[in-house]
Design a protein around this ligand. Structure first.
Ligand code: ATP
Ligand code: MG
Ligand code: MG
Ligand code: MG
Length: 502
């Protein structure tokens, strides 16, 4: 009956009782008179044991031939078993096949990224994607909770926009009844007007940028949360940002420990994420990049990569040898799956080895005045075990709305937060230029049209106050926390420059 339907994550309350689980075959193997079906039901995995003696013979045979991802309901008695995935087992007494599946395309054999992206709608069912989805859910919840609990009001900003929030080269233009508009790159300018009404506000939604290069950290559609605060200075913003990121990480540690374990995330590193974070000025960061510390760091990194490469090659050779031996099919499948991971890890290490001298040279030749590039950010962030704020970038490298530092007019009062251990920028923020004349001059300087920004200039005409804010990218944050190598795994349906799959 319906009453005995339970979810896998409720099994601990039903030990010794008969219940029904409904889900999909994640994996199954037969061993003589016993079949092991790993059932996946959206809340977890459970090993279900079907003994030939306990079910009708006809059913036993049908279960035996069920393909991966067939849907079924299994009734049985719950047993606690520490060795089992999820810690429980179901001793099956009855079964109902809902819909058989045959030839499920994603099997434990080599699948390239392209294949998996084309099958994203199915790849979703993988453990890895499931875990990332769960962590994403927590991150989004933590984002809202943090601001709601700290006196911020949620203000939704438009997706069709007239203003250029970031840079003109990455705009997606849309034909809006015959006149051009663009998809939002940031809600910030609109949000500033809301900050003058509510004091502390945030917006949270999708953001669009026509990123024209292939990187592992740029999507063309990504989610960004942006707080904006009236009466705040740069130290105040840094404090807000470090409390915010620490809160997100602590929530994921609290709610998603088992997902982090499955994902092999660096839990030890995450546990250290607490204020205060490191603080560097841009000029200090440039000194580090051009100095002996970076030379030494890159040399050590190269040596580490080479020994990692050697270790991986040894392990691959071992597994290849085992694969040729007399072993069961399921053991072969397991080895095949491990080999896929190892070979892609090896390819990654080789790319890193190849890039090391290039990145070292870029750092050595860094010229004051440029924005930090991806590899520069990676070097700085890998030198730290907690996020690093880099502040006070050169004016020319940054957007028109950032406030010129009155103590050093070559720089602006801004910051980037670089995630530790190599993922680079996860937050960009600044104090906004609040002086009417300076803002107008900058609009001219950057070749923007003053008419378009007339409403924005009004915010400096009528009761201008010091204010600022920042934007945090959800997928970048998620990639950093989960240890994903590529940002495309951190959004359900990724959009990138080279291809939109489904
Ligand atoms: P980058 O220098 O890496 O291109 P940005 O400086 O252009 O980033 P901001 O305009 O400061 O980015 O946006 C705020 C945050 O939004 C970034 O710190 C990052 O977390 C995220 N973000 C920016 N661009 C992208 C993108 N194309 N895909 C995913 N996230 C992004
Ligand atoms: Mg950018
Ligand atoms: Mg940047
Ligand atoms: Mg930025």
């Amino acid at each position: 009956s319906d009453k005995s339907n339970v979810y896998v994550n409720q099994l601990k309350h039903h030990i010794g009782k008969e219940v029904t689980l409904r889900g999909w075959v994640y994996n199954s193997r037969a061993s003589g008179k016993i079949q092991f079906v790993i059932l996946r039901d959206g809340t977890g995995l459970c090993q279900c044991i079907v003994e030939k003696a306990s079910v009708p013979e006809e059913l036993f045979d049908r279960i035996k031939h069920l393909g991966q991802e067939s849907s079924l309901s299994l009734t049985g008695v719950v047993r606690a078993d520490e060795r089992s995935v999820g810690g429980h087992e179901l001793a099956v007494t009855d079964a109902q096949i809902i819909a058989p599946a045959e030839g499920y395309p994603i099997t434990p054999k080599a699948h390239g990224v392209d294949f998996l992206m084309r099958h994203r709608h199915l790849h979703f069912r993988s453990q890895r994607q499931w875990c990332i989805g769960k962590v994403r859910h927590t991150v989004v919840d933590a984002i809202r909770r943090f601001f709601n609990d700290n006196g911020f009001t949620l203000i939704d900003t438009p997706i069709f926009t007239t203003v250029v929030g970031e840079d003109q080269t990455s705009l997606f233009e849309v034909d809006y009844f015959g006149s051009p508009l663009h998809l939002t790159q940031t809600g910030q300018l609109y949000l500033e007007s809301a900050a003058m009404s509510f004091g502390r506000v945030y917006c949270f939604g999708p953001t669009f940028r026509a990123e024209k290069s292939k990187t592992r950290r740029h999507l063309t559609e990504f989610w960004m949360v942006e707080p904006e605060v009236a009466f705040i200075d740069l130290p105040g913003l840094l404090e807000l940002a470090e409390n915010f990121v620490s809160y997100i990480v602590s929530r994921v540690l609290e709610d998603n420990r088992s997902e982090l374990e499955t994902l092999e995330a660096d839990i030890g590193l995450l546990e250290k994420i607490q204020p205060p974070f490191y603080r560097l000025t841009y000029s200090e960061a440039v000194e580090i990049l051009k100095g002996p510390k970076t030379v030494e760091f890159m040399a050590r990194d190269l040596a580490d990569l080479q020994s990692e490469k050697a270790r991986t090659e040894v392990r691959i050779a071992e597994l290849e040898q085992q694969q040729g031996g007399q072993i069961k099919q399921w053991q072969k499948d397991k080895i095949a799956a491990e080999l896929i991971d190892l070979r892609s890890a090896l390819a990654e290490t080789e790319t890193k080895i190849e890039n090391n001298p290039k990145h070292a040279q870029l750092a050595a030749e860094f010229a004051w005045g440029k924005d930090l590039g991806g590899s520069d950010e990676t070097i700085i962030s890998r030198m730290h075990d907690k996020p690093v704020f880099v502040t006070h970038y050169p004016r020319e490298a940054k957007a028109f709305y950032m406030k010129t530092d009155r103590a050093d007019e070559r720089v602006v009062e801004n910051f980037d937060m670089l995630a530790p251990a190599g993922f680079g920028e996860i937050i960009g923020g600044s104090v906004r230029e609040d002086d009417y004349d300076r803002l107008l001059a900058k609009i001219h300087e950057q070749g923007l049209s003053p008419e378009t920004y007339n409403w924005y200039l009004d915010l400096r005409r009528y009761g201008s106050v010091p204010h600022g804010g920042f934007g945090l990218g959800v997928e970048r944050t998620l990639a950093w926390i989960t240890g994903e190598k590529h940002i495309r795994q951190c959004i359900p349906f990724p959009r990138m420059m080279d291809k939109v799959y489904i």
